[in-house]
Design a protein around this ligand. Structure first.
Ligand code: ATP
Ligand code: MG
Length: 392
């Protein structure tokens, strides 16, 4: 019996060429996810299935953990692969497998056989009954429950036979690289890493822009964003992080524009710069962690003013979520602990006491005219001095 992992993947509605791209990209992502593990893997793709077979001994939990970061995977099933040497041999192997997997045998079970190769002498029902009997004979403590078994013993008869009892949920979604690319505005907060994760889950490749404002924001605040990018990259794959020095632009806005409009105006310049880098990467959209009404700059009126400067669509995957829902995702994907580290953010330093919650676009545009004689140079300078960090 050989140890292997059966991968079940979703999006069954995919047809024709799309399905092919989905599967090939998924295999590529699986290979990358497993590249840190110290053995070679053979990956095969018989009809509608992916099998991963380690060439040496591996820790199954370590493999499953790596695979739980690969979008497109719905279930990971640690399994065994057997050659067909007749039913008696199959029964012996299944009994040995259950014996190894479960030290405590006081459980209910059901055999769920599928005969994908029709020339196998027993049909599914016959396999279920005969195997069930063999298992009952081998382990006196087990009993059958066909309606709600604690352990489902899956047996699939193909060219080879595979047997598994556990289906570990994968992250779902679509493999990264199947749906274009986007530029994420990544801050050190809770929301934007979750937004990056969420959009990448739909197969979108992401890069990111971080605006920092030294000396008002520290090296540690920047490191925090790099760390967050690394955590998102575990799911999203390689991320190019653009670290933009935003200090001079913020100072200019602070000096020349009404303070209650600071955040909106600042946000509009962030969008303009993010769009520059998005274009340079061929990205098809911008992504932020905003959700309606969360703060003054995220009211419908504020979002309208922000979007007015963008040519690309702005995707806000968290738009309808409450903070608690966002926190739950950030805890699950492992960004929360980093996000709550108490380092300053450029937005919070230059924030006004009473920011406008219903900005008018024409008013904001008029305020921005006060920057006319300096802003082009400042934008060029910010773009020219941007540091690029490749995160993988
Ligand atoms: P987050 O938790 O993601 O920081 P937030 O609730 O603090 O969000 P804001 O500070 O208003 O909200 O930011 C809204 C969005 O703008 C963020 O989700 C992020 O996409 C973007 N953003 C804010 N500050 C920065 C920054 N310094 N660099 C890059 N993007 C930023
Ligand atoms: Mg923030």
């Amino acid at each position: 019996m050989r140890q292997a992992f059966l991968i079940k993947y979703g999006e069954i509605a995919l047809k024709g060429k799309n399905r092919h791209v989905f599967e090939e990209t998924l295999v590529k992502r699986i290979k990358t996810a497993l590249s840190d593990i110290d053995t070679e893997f053979k990956i095969t793709r018989p009809q509608g299935r992916i099998f991963i077979e380690p060439e040496g001994d591996v820790d199954a939990d370590e493999v499953c953990d790596a695979l739980q970061h690969v979008f497109g995977i719905v279930y990971i099933c640690p399994c065994i692969l057997l050659e067909d040497k007749g039913f008696d041999d199959l029964a012996d192997q299944v009994v040995a497998y259950i014996d190894k997997e479960y030290t405590d045998k006081s459980f209910t079970f059901k055999v769920n056989a599928r005969r994908a190769r029709k020339n196998y002498p027993l049909d599914s029902q016959e396999i279920n009954a005969a195997l069930g009997e063999k298992i009952l004979d081998a382990f006196p403590e087990v009993s059958v429950d066909v309606h709600d078994p604690e352990v489902m013993v899956y047996v699939e008869i193909r060219e080879e036979i595979n047997v598994y009892c556990r289906q570990i949920p994968g992250p779902g979604g679509m493999p990264v690289g199947t749906n274009g690319s986007a530029m994420l505005l990544l801050s050190g907060g809770i929301d934007s890493p979750v937004a990056g994760y969420t959009i990448a889950k739909r197969g979108v490749t992401i890069d990111a822009v971080y605006f920092h404002a030294p000396p008002y924001t520290s090296e540690r605040a920047k490191q925090k964003v790099v760390d967050l990018a690394k955590q998102v990259a575990k799911y999203a794959g390689e991320i190019r992080l653009y670290v933009v020095n935003f200090t001079d632009i913020q100072m200019a806005i602070y000096e020349k524009c009404p303070h209650e409009e600071l955040t909106i105006i600042m946000r509009r310049y962030m969008m303009r710069i993010a769009e520059h880098f998005a274009d340079s990467r061929g990205a098809l959209g911008l992504v932020t962690g905003e959700s309606i009404g969360q703060v003054a700059s995220q009211t419908m009126a504020s979002l309208l003013c922000t979007d007015a400067v963008c040519e690309l669509p702005v995707y806000r995957p968290l738009i309808g979520m409450d903070k608690q829902e966002i926190i739950a995702i950030s805890e699950r994907i492992g960004t929360y602990e980093t996000s709550i580290l108490p380092y300053e953010d450029c937005c919070t330093i230059f924030v006004a006491k009473h920011p406008v919650t219903k900005p008018k676009l024409s008013v904001i545009e008029r305020s921005e005219e006060k920057l006319a004689d300096v802003i082009e140079d400042l934008l060029d300078e910010a773009i020219d001095t941007t540091e690029t960090i490749v995160i993988n």
